[in-house]
Design a binder for this molecule. Structure first.
Ligand code: AKB
Length: 323
């Protein structure tokens, strides 16, 4: 039986779904969820939960030792929009959090690390369509700079110290079970909530802004697959390109209007437009397909219809509870 897993930053958009999936697969008590703040999220407190600031290395050490952790998923980070507002905090959390976890593995206190990178590692000079695994990378957002530096450190720790670190360049992640916070791609979750609740949405990106996106179910499957793959199949130790589907706010609007014909959208681009404009429109993930058999299952149409269906069910159930 494998050792225990620690998910750091478990209260975020990916964390809640990842903890649920890992507990389902390995057993509730095998997966320790942690976050900087205590939580009431039922999916997290139905098993072991620890309050942990990843910047506190002694606490991190204590929790790893207490639970006999062998695998860490490090999800605590500031995303692109929040990082722009607080560059020093973003650099501190995104880099030092990573060093603390990589050092645990270097010192053989844990065996395996998952660390998420992002499409934000690319910049305005990167080819925009079908962006290759290896290409020009000159990110100009604080978040992108921290993710690219993190990728280089992951590869370095693997080559120099044999650390088994695995990473994916996540596109925008779209799910109905948990909400994103502080990202540039967040509009693509919010639009579905507002379409159902209000029948209208004011978008902070322009109509034709094409970005790579992925249904959360695919992202969780990719994360678990890369972590389960035999080490020799993981040929890239910086981070793998990962593709789901690509769409614009206008594309989503058309799909939503097929189910909610009165839905209307207006556009008021803000500082996030510049971040989005620096990112690719679509991603070539052939290395992930070849090395560990990755294949996304959701296209844009399926993503949109799933979001509308599941959010309606969720909102209906919530309204019954609050009545
Ligand atoms: C963000 O928008 O900052 C994130 C990302 C693409 O990494 N969703």
């Amino acid at each position: 039986m494998q050792g225990k897993t620690l998910v750091i930053g478990a209260s975020g958009q990916i964390g809640i779904e990842l903890v649920t999936a890992l507990r389902k697969k390995h057993g509730t008590h095998q997966v320790v969820a942690s976050d900087i703040r205590a939580t009431e999220v039922p999916e997290l407190i139905d098993g072991p939960f620890e309050v942990l600031n990843v910047l506190n290395v002694d606490e991190l050490d204590r929790i790893v030792h207490k639970h006999q952790i062998t695998e860490v998923y490090l999800l605590a980070a500031l995303l692109s929009a929040t990082s722009e507002k607080n560059p020093e905090r973003a650099w501190d959390l995104n880099m030092n959090g990573l060093f603390h976890v990589l050092d645990l593995a270097k010192n053989k206190k844990i065996q395996k690390v998952f660390w998420p990178s992002s499409i934000a590692v690319f910049g305005p000079s990167t080819p925009k369509q079908n962006t290759p695994q290896y290409t020009v990378m000159e990110p100009n957002s604080v978040y992108g700079i921290s993710k690219l530096a993190g990728e280089r450190w992951c590869e370095y720790y693997h080559q120099k110290y044999g650390v088994d670190v695995r990473s994916l360049r996540y596109p925008g992640l779209i799910g109905y079970k948990s909400d994103p916070g502080g990202g540039t791609t967040d509009y693509a979750v919010d639009i579905f909530h507002q379409a159902i609740d209000k029948g209208s949405y004011e978008c902070f990106l322009s109509a034709e802004t094409m970005l790579p996106m992925m249904m959360m179910e695919d992202a969780i499957r990719a994360t678990m697959s890369i972590m389960e793959a035999p080490a020799e199949q993981i040929k890239i130790r910086s981070s793998y390109n990962l593709a789901g589907c690509s769409f614009t706010p206008a594309d989503l609007t058309k799909l939503i209007q097929q189910e909610i014909p009165e839905f209307s959208i207006s556009y008021k681009p803000d500082f996030r437009q510049q971040i989005a404009d620096s990112w690719p429109g679509s991603i070539d993930d052939s290395a992930a397909r070849k090395d560990w058999n990755w294949q996304a299952e959701y296209d844009t149409t399926r993503l949109a219809s799933t979001m509308l269906r599941e959010l309606r069910l969720k909102k209906k159930a919530e309204s019954l509870v609050t009545r």
